[in-house]
Design a protein around this ligand. Sequence first.
Ligand SMILES: [Ca+2]
Length: 270
Amino acid sequence: MGRELKGELSTAKKCVRMLFFSFSLFWIFLSIFYIQCIDGASLYNYEIIKIYPHDSNAFTQGLIYSNGYLYEGIGQYGQSALRKVEVETGKVVKEYRLPSQYFGEGITLWKDRLIQLTWKGKKGFVYDKETFSLIKEFSFETEGWGITQDSNFLIMSDGSANLFFLDPETFQQVKKIEVRDEDKAIKGLNELEYVRGKVYANVWLTEQIAVINPETGLVEGWINLTGLRGHLDSPSKAGVLNGIAYDTVQDKFFVTGKFWPKVFEIRITP
Ligand SMILES: [Ca+2]
C-alpha cells in the first residue's frame, strides 16, 4: 500500500472517530435536555455560608440588599416599620415606624426610592432611600404581600397564585400572571426577589422557594430550605421562613424568617 493511500485511510478513520464523538455528544445533550423537560421543575438545596444576627422581635415581611445593607419591611399592627440594617451586626441604623393602622409587608427598591406594601390597607408607601422620608402613597385593589422589581415593572404578590406587574411610576397594573408548577397553581406566593431573570418566591407556610419564569408563570425550580430552622437557637419561637434578599454584585443570597434571630447567607446548590 502506498504511503499516500495509508495517509488517506488514517485521515478517514480520524473523521469517523470525530463524527462518532460529535454524534455521542449530541445525544448526551439531547438526553439531558429531554430529562429536564419531562421532569419539570429542577430541585435545589442550600449550603450555609455565614450566619448573622437578626432582631428576633422583627416580624420580617420584606427583605432586600443594597450597597452593604439589608433593608427590611416589618409587619404587625403597631409594630410595622421600614428598617436599614447592618449585615454583620444586625444593628438597625435607620427606622421609620408606620402608623399603627397599617400592617407593613414586602419592600423593594426602585431607583433611589424604597417601596413598601401594606397587607389589607390596599395602600403602598414610597420613601426616599437615604432619609426614609415619605414621598407618596399609592393604592391597589388586592392584599399586599411581597414585592420586587425587574428593572421594568414592580412585581407584587397577594397571597394567591398570581403575580401582578405594576408600572413603577403610576403603580397601575400592566399585567397579571398565574404561577403554576406544571398544571398546579402555586398559592401563597409571599416574599419575592428578582434574581437573574427569575422571580424567587417564598411560598407561605412552607420552607420552599419557588423559582418562577416571569414570562410564562411556570415554576422552573424549587429551593428546599428545610433544616434551616434547626440552626436557630429556639426554633419553636420563630415563625415561617419569609425574606429573600440578593446581592447582585457579589452573587449572595440572604434569607431569614418572621421572628428569626438569625439571617443566613446561603449558596444554592444542585
Ligand atoms: Ca426580597
